[in-house]
Design a protein. Structure first.
Length: 121
């Protein structure tokens, strides 16, 4: 970066007030920030999956060692499988909702740019 005798303004020009904000705080980036924040919560599903896998593994070990009856273990594993299915459906619903939001945003942008023959910047 070079500095003119007139200072930084001569090199970079004037900026709007919003350009001095952090990228996350800029109003134009609000939607992207919301999407990124929503993705941050997906770690919960990963932790739940890990916990269920650990419980199933312990259940299998207990059955093999004779600590848990096979019938009890079968019912417990069925319940855990139902739980895993519910987590899977929840993730799919969240993904569909995110995709719908993105599609709506693209549609709004397309409507705003209708008739504008320029490429987006």
């Amino acid at each position: 970066m070079r500095r003119d005798q007139a200072g930084w303004r001569a090199v970079y020009g004037y900026r709007r007030a919003t350009e001095n904000l952090l990228l996350v705080a800029r109003p134009a980036n609000a939607q992207a920030h919301r999407r990124a924040a929503a993705k941050g919560g997906k770690g919960k599903a990963g932790r739940e999956l890990t916990q269920v896998k650990q419980r199933l593994s312990k259940l299998a070990d207990d059955v093999l060692e004779g600590k848990t009856e096979r019938g009890v273990a079968a019912v417990a594993s069925q319940v855990l499988n139902v739980y895993l299915r519910a987590v899977s459906v929840e993730l799919k619903v969240k993904e569909v909702m995110e995709l719908e939001e993105r599609l709506e945003e693209l549609e709004r942008t397309a409507v705003q740019r209708k008739g504008d023959n320029r490429w987006p910047a």
